[in-house]
Structures are given as C-alpha cells and as structure tokens.
Design a protein around this ligand. Sequence first.
Ligand code: PEP
Ligand code: MN
Length: 263
Amino acid sequence: LASRTFRPEPSYFDIGGIKIGKDHFLVIAGPCAVESREQVFQTAKSLKQEGIHFLRGGAYKPRTSPYSFQGLKEDGLKILKEVGEELDLKIVTEVMDTKEVELVAKYADVLQIGARNMQNFSLLKEVGRTNKPVLLKRGLSATYKEFLMAAEYIMSEGNYQVILCERGIRTFTDETRNTLDISAIPVIKRYSHLPIIVDPSHACGNWRYIIPLSKAAIAAGADGLIVEVHPNPQNALSDGEQSLNLQHFSDLMKQIRALAEVE
Ligand code: PEP
Ligand code: MN
C-alpha cells in the first residue's frame, strides 16, 4: 500500500484544508515537550506570526532515562488543544502506548509515532484504526524497507494518511546527536508515494545546525520539516540544546521561504 507499484503518483491528503504532500511545504514547529500553558502559548503565538499552521509538542515523552521529565500527559494534551483552538493551529503530538491512542486522538490532529516505537507493531495497528493522520518517524537504526513496512502496518488497518519523517540515524559520529540521512528523501520517494518530511532537530541535536540541514532537506525534495522551538531553550525540560529560540525560528523561516512555498 505504501509502495509506488500500488500508487504511482505521490499521495497527498487534507488536514483541515491544508494539503500535505502537494505544492506546499509543510512546517510543523513547537517545543519538544509541553511544559506549561504559558510556554506553549508563547511559542504558538510566534508560530502564528510566522504563518505556521501546525504546532508540535509532546505530552508523553519517550525519555532515555526514566528519571527525566516524562511529560504532562493528559494535562499536556489539554494545553495543546486549548492553545490550538485559540490560535487556530493543528496539533501534532506523540502517542507512545496502545492504551492511550483513543485519548490522544481526542486532542490531536496528527498522531506522532516516535522513532523508538517505529516497530511497535501493535501501536502501529492501533493508530491505523483511527481516522487521524499519522506522522511516522524513522527508527534510529531502521532500514528503508523496515521504515516502509512500518507505514504498511498502519495502512493495512485502513488508515492511508501517513507522513514519513526522517529524523537522523545512529552512526559513528558523535559531534551531532544522530546523522541526518538525506538520502532517505530521494530513496523513499523512489519506492513510495507517501510524503516525507525531515526533523533536523533530532537529527543533529544542536540548534546551530538546523538552518543548513533544513535547506538541505528542501534541496533534496522533502515535503516539509518538523522543528523544535522553545521560548527559552536554556531552561527547557527536554531537548533545549537543539531547540531554536523564537528569533532563530524567525530566521529559519525567512531562509526557507526563499527556497520553498511554505504552508
Ligand atoms: C520528538 O519528536 O520529540 C521525539 C522524541 O522524536 P524521536 O522519536 O524522533 O526521537
Ligand atoms: Mn525532542
């Protein structure tokens, strides 16, 4: 179902009047984690000023350490929904557990499957039974075939609205958190009709490299970006080092608008 042999033309779908995967370049931005209403609102206001329609923010966080901030859970979802409604932004948020799919789907416009859950097959099937678009992130060491087969799990349950996301893979380098696999874009586009976006934030782990990697993603033919933005990255409860502050986000938007028609 995810393959070009099934559907030769690129697929696109509508999320609240915005066409994903066609003509326009999708930008999803926001904090790694929902920390407070003020933090989300302040970020969202800036996104709005930049003409962005999609707000990201994690309420359930897949942290490496069980002692790190795990997210505000349903309270975080409520904050996202409230701010989204107030500012007319679509909400993209991660769901980590089959038990929470129904709850998260009540609040979210797009369900995010994190890299660590790319092969959580029961979770993939569960989101495949919803009618919400799914943002599927590539696993840390997943091959292209495994990545596309994960999309297949979602689609095989009837949900064809899958957006793939290249978010960096594990390599031997240590200066960046992961290595952005820019090849994923043309390769996936060759084999699949699904839209693919890039997450430069998790790929490199350092806000200084977000602009060049975003430009590379556009040049390679990506359908969009998902970027971490925080009003005060030094005090972020997660991923501060890779989060753009509001000024840097505005700089990013200026630069990518010169290269792509942003939605
Ligand atoms: C995230 O988007 O905040 C996240 C945890 O991403 P990934 O699953 O790609 O690590
Ligand atoms: Mn993050």
